[in-house]
Each structure stands twice: as C-alpha cells, then as structure tokens.
Design a protein around this ligand. Sequence first.
Ligand code: NAD
Length: 266
Amino acid sequence: MSSSATSTPSSRPVVFVTGAAGGGIGTCTAVRFAEAGYDVVATDIKPLEGVKKSVEDIGSRCLALPLDVTKSDSVKEGVRKALEHFGKIDCLVNNAAASLGSGLHDCSEELWDASIQLTLKSVFLLSKEVLPSMMERKTGVIINIASVNGQSGIGEEAYSAAKAGVINLTQNIAVRYGPQGIRAVCIAPGTIETHLWKERLAKNPKTLENLKKYYPLGRIGQGRDVANAAYFLASPEASWITGTTLNVDGGLMAGSSQLQKDLMGE
Ligand code: NAD
C-alpha cells in the first residue's frame, strides 16, 4: 500500500518487529528500540499484552498486532495496519522463526517445507510488503535475524539451510535497494538463552551449561546482546553498513577454544 494514503507520519522513528511476544530476542528488540525513542509495531502469533506494556511503560507507543509470518494475507494486513497507524516503517526486524527439524535423514518433507516457510519465506513476505513504503520515502533498514547455523554445519539442517538463505536474501536486498536509500543487514546470533531452548532444556537441563565451553567469551548470550546490535545497525551510526552479517556469538565463529586447547595438548 502507498504510504501517501496513510495518516501523518509519526515524528518518532518506527520499528516493526516480528516474533515480539516470546520474551526472547524479539521482545528485547522491541524494548531496546523503545528505550532509544522508537514507536513500536509488535507482532506475533502469541498474545502481545506483555511486550505492549513493556514498551508503553518506557513511554513509547506500541501497536500490537496478531500476525502470522507464514501467511501472506496476515502479513499484508499487518503491514497495512502499521502504515495506517504510524504512517511509516523506518526499520523492519524479521525475527520470528523456529527450529522445527532435526537430522536430514529423519526430517519429513512436510517438516522441511514448514521450516523453509517459517524461517526463510517469512523474510521474503515481510520485506516485499514493507519495501514499497521504504522506496517511496527513500530510506529504511531491514534487519534479518539469521543464525550461526546459516554459516556452518551445526545441525538442524532445514533450519540452517533456511538461515543461509536469509543471509543471501539480505545481500540481494542490500544490493538491489541500496541505490534507493535502503539498507539490509543480518545478525547471526550464537546460543541465546530464550524459550527456543525450552524443549531441549526439558530433555537435558544442562544443555546451555554444556555449550559454554565452545564460546571464547565463556557465556551464553542474552536477548539483550542481540537487541543492542540490532539497535546499532538501525542507527545513523551504521549508515554505511549494508549487505553484511554481524555475528553476535561470543566469538563462536572465530574459531574453537576447545580445538586450540586440544592442539596444544592441554
Ligand atoms: P523465541 O521462541 O523466544 O521467539 C520466536 C518468536 O517467534 C516467538 O514469540 C514465536 O511465537 C514467534 N513465532 C513463531 N512462529 C511464528 C509465526 N508463524 N508467525 C509469527 N510469529 C511466530 O525464540 P528466540 O530465540 O528469541 O528467536 C528469535 C530469532 O532468533 C529467531 O529467528 C531464531 O531463529 C533466532 N536465533 C535464536 C538463537 C537462540 O539460541 N535463541 C540463536 C540463533 C538465532
């Protein structure tokens, strides 16, 4: 929809976050941008009262919208309502995703398709819908939350392949729309302590504790670590950064502490 058909643009910057209700990276991102003076469009398939209250308690406006990132009608309606309400979207954070599968040999065709749809197609649907209003204003930033899974063979093949696709899609958006003043960047988080780990922690409560040894900085990440990076990448200080992936991973992808120790016979 054309932004010229909307209400007067908000005087504050506006961020649109998917998957904002889960208490994880999306919620932290909505709160971090609100702290920086943004109005927030918070979307999710889960109830959004909690994130809406957190954003409004900070003093920002929050439009909470039920939105399923896998459904084009839902995406179109959500973006339309956001533009109608705030008049513009300065930053889109494509955050909603989940790891649905496991190893390749026992991943059903249905699970594969569902993974690609939730983690990769969603970025296509949201970006396609938001881009015209950014092109009209000749400004905008798209931040895609990828994963270190998209950069190496860590497992969860369908999810990882989809995240690799997100990284490439980001590069293509950056190149195609850069001349129109639009930036696109990826963040690739390492292990972040969120509800995404609930099932694995139920199986083995030490899962996150066991992972610490792979991280040069010796700790698992928090949603806030990713939210801080997203805020920086959206800011004018990052105005010459586009088409790239920022790893927010405590050094995981820089190399292996364990391998270094083993190589030294320690
Ligand atoms: P989370 O489960 O806390 O948040 C994901 C949110 O997405 C949830 O609120 C969920 O309701 C929402 N969601 C799921 N399906 C949806 C749909 N169809 N439509 C709309 N919303 C939907 O998980 P998180 O860890 O905060 O994950 C956020 C992002 O970070 C994801 O893209 C994930 O792949 C990525 N990531 C997470 C980690 C980690 O270790 N937690 C690591 C790397 C990347």
